[in-house]
Design a protein around this ligand. Structure first.
Ligand SMILES: Cc1cc2nc3c(=O)[nH]c(=O)nc-3n(C[C@H](O)[C@H](O)[C@H](O)COP(=O)(O)OP(=O)(O)OC[C@H]3O[C@@H](n4cnc5c(N)ncnc54)[C@H](O)[C@@H]3O)c2cc1C
Length: 463
Protein backbone atom coordinates (compact mmCIF):
# COMPACT_ATOMS: atom_id res chain seq x y z
CA UNK A 1 0.00 0.00 0.00
CA UNK A 2 3.06 2.27 0.35
CA UNK A 3 2.94 5.53 2.28
CA UNK A 4 -0.33 6.54 0.60
CA UNK A 5 -1.95 9.86 -0.11
CA UNK A 6 -2.15 12.56 2.51
CA UNK A 7 -4.70 15.35 3.07
CA UNK A 8 -2.48 17.87 1.26
CA UNK A 9 -2.47 15.79 -1.96
CA UNK A 10 -4.93 16.72 -4.73
CA UNK A 11 -6.00 13.11 -5.03
CA UNK A 12 -6.94 12.75 -1.32
CA UNK A 13 -10.39 11.07 -1.28
CA UNK A 14 -13.28 13.49 -1.78
CA UNK A 15 -15.79 14.27 1.01
CA UNK A 16 -18.37 12.12 -0.78
CA UNK A 17 -16.04 9.12 -0.58
CA UNK A 18 -15.52 9.65 3.14
CA UNK A 19 -19.29 10.02 3.55
CA UNK A 20 -19.83 6.73 1.76
CA UNK A 21 -17.30 5.07 4.06
CA UNK A 22 -19.10 6.56 7.06
CA UNK A 23 -22.39 5.07 5.84
CA UNK A 24 -20.81 1.66 5.31
CA UNK A 25 -19.59 1.62 8.93
CA UNK A 26 -22.94 2.74 10.37
CA UNK A 27 -21.80 6.29 11.12
CA UNK A 28 -18.71 5.25 13.10
CA UNK A 29 -16.26 7.38 11.08
CA UNK A 30 -14.96 10.52 12.81
CA UNK A 31 -12.67 13.33 11.74
CA UNK A 32 -9.94 13.52 14.37
CA UNK A 33 -9.26 16.64 16.38
CA UNK A 34 -6.30 17.09 18.75
CA UNK A 35 -7.51 16.24 22.26
CA UNK A 36 -6.08 19.42 23.81
CA UNK A 37 -7.31 21.81 21.11
CA UNK A 38 -9.53 23.43 23.78
CA UNK A 39 -6.36 24.89 25.30
CA UNK A 40 -5.54 26.90 22.17
CA UNK A 41 -7.02 30.14 20.87
CA UNK A 42 -9.64 29.62 18.18
CA UNK A 43 -13.14 28.26 17.81
CA UNK A 44 -12.75 25.36 20.27
CA UNK A 45 -11.08 27.32 23.08
CA UNK A 46 -12.51 26.44 26.50
CA UNK A 47 -10.45 27.22 29.61
CA UNK A 48 -12.44 24.87 31.89
CA UNK A 49 -12.22 21.95 29.52
CA UNK A 50 -8.52 22.65 29.08
CA UNK A 51 -8.02 22.52 32.84
CA UNK A 52 -9.80 19.15 33.05
CA UNK A 53 -7.74 17.78 30.16
CA UNK A 54 -4.49 18.99 31.74
CA UNK A 55 -5.37 17.28 35.03
CA UNK A 56 -5.88 13.88 33.42
CA UNK A 57 -3.34 14.14 30.61
CA UNK A 58 -0.84 11.70 32.14
CA UNK A 59 -3.43 9.02 32.98
CA UNK A 60 -3.32 6.17 30.44
CA UNK A 61 -7.08 5.42 30.85
CA UNK A 62 -7.78 9.06 29.90
CA UNK A 63 -5.65 8.81 26.75
CA UNK A 64 -7.30 5.49 25.90
CA UNK A 65 -10.71 7.18 25.77
CA UNK A 66 -9.67 9.08 22.66
CA UNK A 67 -9.06 7.61 19.22
CA UNK A 68 -5.85 9.60 18.97
CA UNK A 69 -4.82 9.34 22.62
CA UNK A 70 -1.30 7.93 22.97
CA UNK A 71 0.53 6.90 26.12
CA UNK A 72 4.08 7.65 24.96
CA UNK A 73 3.83 9.71 21.75
CA UNK A 74 7.25 10.29 20.25
CA UNK A 75 6.33 13.89 19.52
CA UNK A 76 3.35 15.62 21.07
CA UNK A 77 2.10 18.23 18.60
CA UNK A 78 -0.73 19.53 20.78
CA UNK A 79 0.05 19.27 24.49
CA UNK A 80 -2.33 20.93 26.98
CA UNK A 81 -0.24 24.06 27.35
CA UNK A 82 -0.02 26.41 30.24
CA UNK A 83 -2.26 29.38 29.36
CA UNK A 84 0.32 31.78 30.73
CA UNK A 85 2.93 31.01 28.07
CA UNK A 86 3.78 34.10 26.08
CA UNK A 87 3.39 32.66 22.58
CA UNK A 88 1.06 29.79 21.79
CA UNK A 89 2.67 27.07 19.70
CA UNK A 90 0.62 25.51 16.91
CA UNK A 91 -1.78 22.73 17.84
CA UNK A 92 -1.73 20.11 15.10
CA UNK A 93 -2.65 16.47 14.52
CA UNK A 94 1.00 15.74 13.70
CA UNK A 95 1.51 12.00 13.32
CA UNK A 96 -1.99 11.15 14.51
CA UNK A 97 -4.38 9.67 11.94
CA UNK A 98 -6.82 12.01 10.19
CA UNK A 99 -9.93 9.81 10.36
CA UNK A 100 -10.96 7.04 12.75
CA UNK A 101 -13.38 4.18 12.28
CA UNK A 102 -14.55 3.19 15.76
CA UNK A 103 -15.14 -0.39 14.65
CA UNK A 104 -17.68 -2.47 16.55
CA UNK A 105 -17.54 -5.54 14.30
CA UNK A 106 -15.28 -7.29 11.84
CA UNK A 107 -17.26 -5.92 8.87
CA UNK A 108 -16.30 -2.36 9.90
CA UNK A 109 -12.67 -3.42 9.92
CA UNK A 110 -13.00 -4.99 6.48
CA UNK A 111 -14.66 -1.81 5.14
CA UNK A 112 -11.77 0.29 6.47
CA UNK A 113 -9.10 -1.92 4.94
CA UNK A 114 -10.95 -1.95 1.62
CA UNK A 115 -11.27 1.86 1.60
CA UNK A 116 -7.59 2.35 2.41
CA UNK A 117 -6.54 -0.05 -0.32
CA UNK A 118 -8.84 1.35 -3.01
CA UNK A 119 -7.96 4.96 -2.23
CA UNK A 120 -4.29 4.45 -1.44
CA UNK A 121 -4.67 5.95 2.04
CA UNK A 122 -2.26 4.94 4.77
CA UNK A 123 -3.92 2.58 7.27
CA UNK A 124 -3.23 2.37 11.01
CA UNK A 125 -4.62 -0.11 13.53
CA UNK A 126 -4.98 0.89 17.15
CA UNK A 127 -6.33 -0.53 20.36
CA UNK A 128 -4.98 1.37 23.41
CA UNK A 129 -2.21 3.46 21.80
CA UNK A 130 0.53 2.05 24.06
CA UNK A 131 2.84 1.21 21.17
CA UNK A 132 6.18 2.59 22.29
CA UNK A 133 7.58 2.86 18.76
CA UNK A 134 4.55 4.73 17.45
CA UNK A 135 3.09 2.07 15.15
CA UNK A 136 -0.46 2.98 16.13
CA UNK A 137 0.18 6.49 14.81
CA UNK A 138 0.59 7.49 11.17
CA UNK A 139 0.66 10.88 9.47
CA UNK A 140 -2.27 11.44 7.09
CA UNK A 141 -3.77 8.04 7.80
CA UNK A 142 -7.12 6.35 8.36
CA UNK A 143 -7.25 4.52 11.67
CA UNK A 144 -9.26 1.46 12.56
CA UNK A 145 -9.81 1.57 16.31
CA UNK A 146 -10.60 -1.85 17.71
CA UNK A 147 -11.37 -0.70 21.27
CA UNK A 148 -15.12 -1.00 20.71
CA UNK A 149 -15.12 -4.48 19.22
CA UNK A 150 -16.31 -6.28 22.31
CA UNK A 151 -17.67 -9.70 21.45
CA UNK A 152 -16.99 -11.01 24.93
CA UNK A 153 -14.52 -13.19 26.79
CA UNK A 154 -15.05 -16.92 26.58
CA UNK A 155 -13.51 -19.54 28.88
CA UNK A 156 -12.65 -22.93 27.39
CA UNK A 157 -11.93 -25.59 30.01
CA UNK A 158 -10.21 -27.59 27.30
CA UNK A 159 -8.86 -25.75 24.28
CA UNK A 160 -9.99 -27.25 21.02
CA UNK A 161 -8.58 -25.48 17.98
CA UNK A 162 -11.41 -24.57 15.67
CA UNK A 163 -10.98 -25.40 12.02
CA UNK A 164 -8.33 -23.29 10.37
CA UNK A 165 -6.49 -22.03 13.44
CA UNK A 166 -2.77 -21.39 13.82
CA UNK A 167 -0.93 -24.62 14.66
CA UNK A 168 -0.98 -25.32 18.37
CA UNK A 169 -0.53 -28.37 20.56
CA UNK A 170 -2.21 -26.71 23.53
CA UNK A 171 -4.36 -29.18 25.43
CA UNK A 172 -5.14 -27.22 28.61
CA UNK A 173 -7.62 -24.41 29.13
CA UNK A 174 -7.83 -21.20 27.13
CA UNK A 175 -9.62 -17.87 26.97
CA UNK A 176 -10.99 -16.39 23.76
CA UNK A 177 -10.67 -12.61 23.79
CA UNK A 178 -13.24 -11.18 21.41
CA UNK A 179 -11.92 -7.69 20.68
CA UNK A 180 -10.25 -4.68 22.26
CA UNK A 181 -10.01 -5.89 25.86
CA UNK A 182 -7.18 -4.84 28.16
CA UNK A 183 -5.20 -7.03 30.57
CA UNK A 184 -7.10 -5.80 33.60
CA UNK A 185 -10.31 -7.24 32.14
CA UNK A 186 -8.75 -10.49 30.99
CA UNK A 187 -6.99 -11.12 34.33
CA UNK A 188 -10.24 -10.55 36.24
CA UNK A 189 -12.13 -12.89 33.91
CA UNK A 190 -9.43 -15.58 34.16
CA UNK A 191 -9.48 -15.31 37.97
CA UNK A 192 -13.19 -16.16 38.04
CA UNK A 193 -12.18 -19.52 36.59
CA UNK A 194 -9.18 -19.96 38.89
CA UNK A 195 -6.83 -19.23 36.00
CA UNK A 196 -4.13 -16.78 34.97
CA UNK A 197 -2.87 -15.78 31.54
CA UNK A 198 0.55 -14.48 30.58
CA UNK A 199 0.21 -10.76 29.92
CA UNK A 200 1.65 -7.39 30.80
CA UNK A 201 2.28 -5.91 34.22
CA UNK A 202 0.51 -2.74 33.12
CA UNK A 203 -3.22 -3.41 33.34
CA UNK A 204 -4.12 -0.81 30.69
CA UNK A 205 -2.25 -2.52 27.82
CA UNK A 206 -4.23 -4.29 25.07
CA UNK A 207 -4.43 -8.07 25.27
CA UNK A 208 -5.38 -9.28 21.85
CA UNK A 209 -2.05 -9.94 20.17
CA UNK A 210 -0.68 -13.01 22.01
CA UNK A 211 -2.64 -15.88 20.61
CA UNK A 212 -3.00 -19.61 20.16
CA UNK A 213 -5.63 -18.86 17.53
CA UNK A 214 -6.60 -15.58 15.94
CA UNK A 215 -9.35 -14.32 13.74
CA UNK A 216 -8.25 -11.60 11.40
CA UNK A 217 -10.21 -9.18 9.30
CA UNK A 218 -9.01 -8.86 5.72
CA UNK A 219 -10.27 -6.64 2.88
CA UNK A 220 -12.80 -9.16 1.61
CA UNK A 221 -14.36 -10.05 4.94
CA UNK A 222 -13.05 -11.56 8.11
CA UNK A 223 -11.41 -14.92 8.04
CA UNK A 224 -9.90 -17.29 10.46
CA UNK A 225 -6.19 -17.76 9.93
CA UNK A 226 -5.66 -20.95 7.96
CA UNK A 227 -3.96 -23.80 9.81
CA UNK A 228 -1.63 -24.35 6.88
CA UNK A 229 -0.64 -20.71 7.00
CA UNK A 230 1.93 -20.88 9.76
CA UNK A 231 3.92 -18.16 8.04
CA UNK A 232 1.07 -15.71 8.50
CA UNK A 233 0.78 -16.58 12.19
CA UNK A 234 4.51 -16.03 12.50
CA UNK A 235 4.52 -12.74 10.67
CA UNK A 236 1.61 -11.40 12.65
CA UNK A 237 3.65 -11.59 15.82
CA UNK A 238 6.88 -10.49 14.21
CA UNK A 239 5.88 -7.46 12.20
CA UNK A 240 3.07 -6.08 14.33
CA UNK A 241 -0.41 -7.46 13.89
CA UNK A 242 -1.51 -4.62 11.64
CA UNK A 243 0.95 -5.57 8.89
CA UNK A 244 -0.95 -8.65 7.74
CA UNK A 245 -4.46 -8.29 9.03
CA UNK A 246 -6.46 -6.98 11.93
CA UNK A 247 -6.97 -9.35 14.82
CA UNK A 248 -10.60 -9.24 15.94
CA UNK A 249 -10.45 -12.23 18.27
CA UNK A 250 -7.60 -14.16 19.86
CA UNK A 251 -7.54 -17.30 21.99
CA UNK A 252 -4.85 -17.37 24.65
CA UNK A 253 -3.52 -20.10 26.88
CA UNK A 254 -4.73 -20.13 30.50
CA UNK A 255 -2.84 -21.62 33.47
CA UNK A 256 -3.93 -22.61 36.97
CA UNK A 257 -3.43 -19.79 39.42
CA UNK A 258 -0.92 -20.10 42.27
CA UNK A 259 -0.29 -18.47 45.63
CA UNK A 260 2.17 -15.61 45.30
CA UNK A 261 5.02 -14.55 47.56
CA UNK A 262 6.14 -11.03 46.78
CA UNK A 263 9.29 -9.29 47.95
CA UNK A 264 9.65 -5.53 47.84
CA UNK A 265 12.95 -3.82 48.48
CA UNK A 266 13.80 -0.15 48.61
CA UNK A 267 17.30 1.24 49.04
CA UNK A 268 17.96 4.93 49.57
CA UNK A 269 21.58 6.05 50.14
CA UNK A 270 21.62 8.10 53.33
CA UNK A 271 24.05 10.65 51.93
CA UNK A 272 22.42 10.64 48.48
CA UNK A 273 25.51 9.00 46.97
CA UNK A 274 24.84 7.83 43.43
CA UNK A 275 28.15 5.93 43.40
CA UNK A 276 27.17 3.83 46.41
CA UNK A 277 23.75 3.16 44.95
CA UNK A 278 25.13 2.04 41.57
CA UNK A 279 27.77 -0.21 43.18
CA UNK A 280 25.16 -1.90 45.35
CA UNK A 281 22.69 -2.17 42.47
CA UNK A 282 25.32 -3.97 40.40
CA UNK A 283 25.79 -6.44 43.25
CA UNK A 284 22.04 -7.08 43.39
CA UNK A 285 21.88 -7.45 39.60
CA UNK A 286 24.53 -10.17 39.80
CA UNK A 287 22.05 -12.22 41.87
CA UNK A 288 19.23 -11.89 39.34
CA UNK A 289 20.02 -15.12 37.42
CA UNK A 290 19.89 -17.08 40.70
CA UNK A 291 16.58 -15.45 41.66
CA UNK A 292 15.21 -16.15 38.19
CA UNK A 293 16.28 -19.81 38.31
CA UNK A 294 14.42 -19.96 41.64
CA UNK A 295 11.33 -18.70 39.76
CA UNK A 296 11.32 -15.11 40.98
CA UNK A 297 10.35 -12.51 38.38
CA UNK A 298 9.30 -8.89 38.32
CA UNK A 299 10.56 -5.38 37.99
CA UNK A 300 13.27 -3.30 39.62
CA UNK A 301 14.20 0.28 38.94
CA UNK A 302 16.97 2.71 39.64
CA UNK A 303 15.52 6.18 39.80
CA UNK A 304 17.06 9.63 39.84
CA UNK A 305 14.58 12.47 40.28
CA UNK A 306 14.37 15.70 42.25
CA UNK A 307 17.90 15.28 43.58
CA UNK A 308 17.13 11.85 45.05
CA UNK A 309 18.39 8.44 43.94
CA UNK A 310 17.02 5.05 44.90
CA UNK A 311 16.78 1.39 43.96
CA UNK A 312 13.55 -0.53 44.37
CA UNK A 313 12.09 -3.81 43.24
CA UNK A 314 9.03 -6.00 43.49
CA UNK A 315 9.77 -9.61 42.64
CA UNK A 316 7.19 -12.32 42.89
CA UNK A 317 7.32 -16.08 43.08
CA UNK A 318 4.27 -18.13 42.13
CA UNK A 319 4.86 -20.79 44.73
CA UNK A 320 3.65 -24.35 44.33
CA UNK A 321 1.68 -24.47 47.58
CA UNK A 322 0.70 -22.36 50.58
CA UNK A 323 2.63 -24.56 53.03
CA UNK A 324 4.84 -22.63 55.43
CA UNK A 325 7.84 -24.72 54.36
CA UNK A 326 7.39 -23.60 50.74
CA UNK A 327 6.97 -19.97 51.75
CA UNK A 328 10.03 -20.08 54.03
CA UNK A 329 12.14 -21.68 51.34
CA UNK A 330 11.27 -18.91 48.87
CA UNK A 331 11.98 -16.23 51.50
CA UNK A 332 15.36 -17.81 52.23
CA UNK A 333 16.39 -17.49 48.60
CA UNK A 334 15.80 -13.73 48.66
CA UNK A 335 17.37 -13.28 52.07
CA UNK A 336 20.50 -15.24 51.21
CA UNK A 337 21.00 -13.75 47.76
CA UNK A 338 20.02 -10.13 48.43
CA UNK A 339 18.82 -9.00 51.84
CA UNK A 340 21.53 -10.45 54.13
CA UNK A 341 24.19 -8.60 52.14
CA UNK A 342 22.40 -5.32 52.80
CA UNK A 343 21.71 -5.69 56.51
CA UNK A 344 25.17 -4.49 57.52
CA UNK A 345 24.68 -1.37 55.37
CA UNK A 346 21.29 -0.50 56.86
CA UNK A 347 21.33 2.72 58.92
CA UNK A 348 25.01 3.35 58.11
CA UNK A 349 24.96 3.70 54.33
CA UNK A 350 21.40 3.05 53.21
CA UNK A 351 17.86 3.22 54.41
CA UNK A 352 16.85 -0.37 53.57
CA UNK A 353 13.21 -1.44 53.48
CA UNK A 354 12.60 -5.11 52.82
CA UNK A 355 9.17 -6.68 52.96
CA UNK A 356 7.58 -10.03 52.11
CA UNK A 357 3.88 -10.41 51.44
CA UNK A 358 1.83 -13.54 50.83
CA UNK A 359 -1.20 -13.63 48.50
CA UNK A 360 -3.44 -16.64 48.02
CA UNK A 361 -3.74 -16.14 44.23
CA UNK A 362 -2.23 -14.13 41.40
CA UNK A 363 -5.33 -11.94 41.15
CA UNK A 364 -5.19 -11.16 44.87
CA UNK A 365 -1.58 -10.08 44.34
CA UNK A 366 -2.44 -8.03 41.23
CA UNK A 367 -5.24 -6.13 42.94
CA UNK A 368 -3.39 -5.71 46.22
CA UNK A 369 0.02 -4.51 45.07
CA UNK A 370 0.27 -1.05 43.58
CA UNK A 371 -1.51 0.51 40.65
CA UNK A 372 -0.04 -1.60 37.80
CA UNK A 373 -0.55 1.43 35.62
CA UNK A 374 2.31 3.52 34.26
CA UNK A 375 1.86 7.24 33.71
CA UNK A 376 1.49 8.56 30.19
CA UNK A 377 4.29 10.92 29.18
CA UNK A 378 5.28 12.80 26.10
CA UNK A 379 9.00 13.29 26.38
CA UNK A 380 10.68 10.00 27.29
CA UNK A 381 13.68 8.78 25.35
CA UNK A 382 14.37 5.08 25.78
CA UNK A 383 17.04 2.56 25.02
CA UNK A 384 17.36 -1.05 26.13
CA UNK A 385 19.69 -4.04 26.43
CA UNK A 386 19.37 -7.77 27.05
CA UNK A 387 21.59 -9.44 29.68
CA UNK A 388 22.37 -13.14 29.78
CA UNK A 389 23.36 -15.18 32.83
CA UNK A 390 27.10 -14.93 32.31
CA UNK A 391 27.16 -11.16 31.92
CA UNK A 392 25.21 -10.67 35.15
CA UNK A 393 26.90 -13.31 37.30
CA UNK A 394 30.53 -12.97 36.27
CA UNK A 395 31.08 -9.65 34.52
CA UNK A 396 29.90 -7.10 37.06
CA UNK A 397 32.36 -4.49 35.80
CA UNK A 398 30.36 -4.10 32.58
CA UNK A 399 26.88 -3.52 34.08
CA UNK A 400 28.48 -1.11 36.57
CA UNK A 401 30.12 0.83 33.78
CA UNK A 402 26.77 0.92 31.94
CA UNK A 403 24.99 2.28 35.03
CA UNK A 404 27.67 4.94 35.48
CA UNK A 405 27.31 6.05 31.87
CA UNK A 406 23.50 6.11 32.00
CA UNK A 407 23.34 8.16 35.17
CA UNK A 408 26.28 10.45 34.48
CA UNK A 409 25.32 14.10 34.27
CA UNK A 410 28.72 15.32 33.23
CA UNK A 411 29.47 17.39 30.18
CA UNK A 412 27.94 20.51 28.68
CA UNK A 413 24.35 20.89 27.50
CA UNK A 414 20.95 19.96 28.82
CA UNK A 415 20.57 16.86 30.99
CA UNK A 416 17.59 14.62 31.61
CA UNK A 417 15.38 15.90 34.43
CA UNK A 418 14.41 12.39 35.52
CA UNK A 419 16.05 9.07 34.67
CA UNK A 420 14.64 5.63 35.36
CA UNK A 421 16.46 2.42 34.60
CA UNK A 422 13.85 -0.31 34.50
CA UNK A 423 15.40 -3.68 35.29
CA UNK A 424 12.88 -6.18 33.99
CA UNK A 425 13.52 -9.66 35.38
CA UNK A 426 11.23 -11.19 32.78
CA UNK A 427 13.53 -13.67 31.00
CA UNK A 428 14.91 -17.01 32.21
CA UNK A 429 12.70 -20.05 32.83
CA UNK A 430 10.48 -20.99 29.90
CA UNK A 431 11.67 -17.94 27.96
CA UNK A 432 14.98 -19.76 27.46
CA UNK A 433 13.24 -22.67 25.71
CA UNK A 434 13.01 -22.40 21.93
CA UNK A 435 9.45 -22.85 20.66
CA UNK A 436 8.29 -23.49 17.11
CA UNK A 437 6.10 -21.05 15.19
CA UNK A 438 6.95 -17.94 17.10
CA UNK A 439 9.07 -15.06 15.95
CA UNK A 440 10.41 -14.07 19.35
CA UNK A 441 13.83 -12.47 18.91
CA UNK A 442 16.36 -15.35 19.27
CA UNK A 443 18.36 -13.35 21.84
CA UNK A 444 15.49 -13.87 24.32
CA UNK A 445 16.53 -17.54 24.49
CA UNK A 446 19.63 -16.46 26.44
CA UNK A 447 18.13 -13.49 28.24
CA UNK A 448 17.47 -13.15 31.96
CA UNK A 449 17.19 -9.40 32.24
CA UNK A 450 15.88 -6.65 30.01
CA UNK A 451 17.31 -3.29 31.06
CA UNK A 452 15.29 -0.38 29.74
CA UNK A 453 16.53 3.18 30.29
CA UNK A 454 13.90 5.92 30.22
CA UNK A 455 15.08 9.54 30.29
CA UNK A 456 12.73 12.50 30.57
CA UNK A 457 14.02 15.72 29.03
CA UNK A 458 12.99 19.31 29.57
CA UNK A 459 10.47 20.50 26.96
CA UNK A 460 13.02 22.97 25.59
CA UNK A 461 15.83 20.41 25.18
CA UNK A 462 17.60 20.66 21.85
CA UNK A 463 17.52 17.18 20.33
C1 LIG B 1 2.83 2.82 29.80
C2 LIG B 1 3.17 1.50 29.15
C3 LIG B 1 3.27 0.36 29.93
C4 LIG B 1 3.57 -0.87 29.34
N1 LIG B 1 3.67 -1.96 30.13
C5 LIG B 1 3.94 -3.17 29.59
C6 LIG B 1 4.02 -4.33 30.39
O1 LIG B 1 3.84 -4.26 31.59
N2 LIG B 1 4.29 -5.52 29.80
C7 LIG B 1 4.46 -5.60 28.46
O2 LIG B 1 4.67 -6.71 27.94
N3 LIG B 1 4.41 -4.52 27.65
C8 LIG B 1 4.16 -3.31 28.20
N4 LIG B 1 4.10 -2.21 27.39
C9 LIG B 1 4.36 -2.36 25.96
C10 LIG B 1 3.05 -2.76 25.27
O3 LIG B 1 2.72 -4.08 25.61
C11 LIG B 1 3.23 -2.72 23.75
O4 LIG B 1 3.50 -1.40 23.38
C12 LIG B 1 2.01 -3.26 23.04
O5 LIG B 1 2.33 -3.38 21.67
C13 LIG B 1 0.80 -2.36 23.21
O6 LIG B 1 -0.32 -2.96 22.60
P1 LIG B 1 -1.72 -2.18 22.53
O7 LIG B 1 -2.61 -2.95 21.63
O8 LIG B 1 -2.16 -1.87 23.90
O9 LIG B 1 -1.27 -0.79 21.87
P2 LIG B 1 -1.54 -0.16 20.44
O10 LIG B 1 -0.61 1.02 20.36
O11 LIG B 1 -2.97 0.11 20.24
O12 LIG B 1 -1.08 -1.28 19.42
C14 LIG B 1 0.25 -1.78 19.40
C15 LIG B 1 0.59 -2.36 18.01
O13 LIG B 1 -0.28 -3.44 17.70
C16 LIG B 1 -1.06 -3.15 16.54
N5 LIG B 1 -2.42 -3.62 16.85
C17 LIG B 1 -3.18 -3.28 17.92
N6 LIG B 1 -4.33 -3.97 17.89
C18 LIG B 1 -4.28 -4.75 16.79
C19 LIG B 1 -5.17 -5.68 16.22
N7 LIG B 1 -6.33 -5.96 16.77
N8 LIG B 1 -4.82 -6.30 15.07
C20 LIG B 1 -3.64 -6.03 14.49
N9 LIG B 1 -2.74 -5.17 14.99
C21 LIG B 1 -3.06 -4.54 16.12
C22 LIG B 1 -0.96 -1.65 16.34
O14 LIG B 1 -1.09 -1.30 14.96
C23 LIG B 1 0.43 -1.37 16.85
O15 LIG B 1 1.37 -1.73 15.87
C24 LIG B 1 3.79 -0.96 27.94
C25 LIG B 1 3.69 0.20 27.15
C26 LIG B 1 3.38 1.42 27.75
C27 LIG B 1 3.28 2.66 26.89
Amino acid sequence: MGQGRTPIDDCWPSPSKWNALNTSVDGQLTYNQPIAKHCYPGSGYDAHLCQDISKEWTESPFQELYPIGYTYPTVDTCPPINASVAAYPLCELGNAPVYTISATKADDVAAGIRFARENNVRLVIKNTGHDIVGRSQGYGSLMIWIKYIRDGLDYQEKYTPSDGSCQSNLTGSAIAVGGGYIWEEVYAFAAKHGRIVVGGDDKTVGSIKVAATAQQATPSAWQQTKSSNTKLCLHRVKCGGGTFGVVVSATIKAHHTHPVLSHTLQLIPLNGSLTQLLNTTTGIMSRYPILSDEVFAGYASVLRADGQVLYEHTFINMIESNSSATIERAKNVINQQVVNNLVRLNTTTFDVKSNFQYFSSFQEYFLGSGSHQAEAASTPIRTSRFFDKKSLLFQQKNPLSMLQTLFSQEGPGVHATTSVLELCLVGGGQVLQPAPHTSVHPAWRRTYLLADQVDFWPENADF
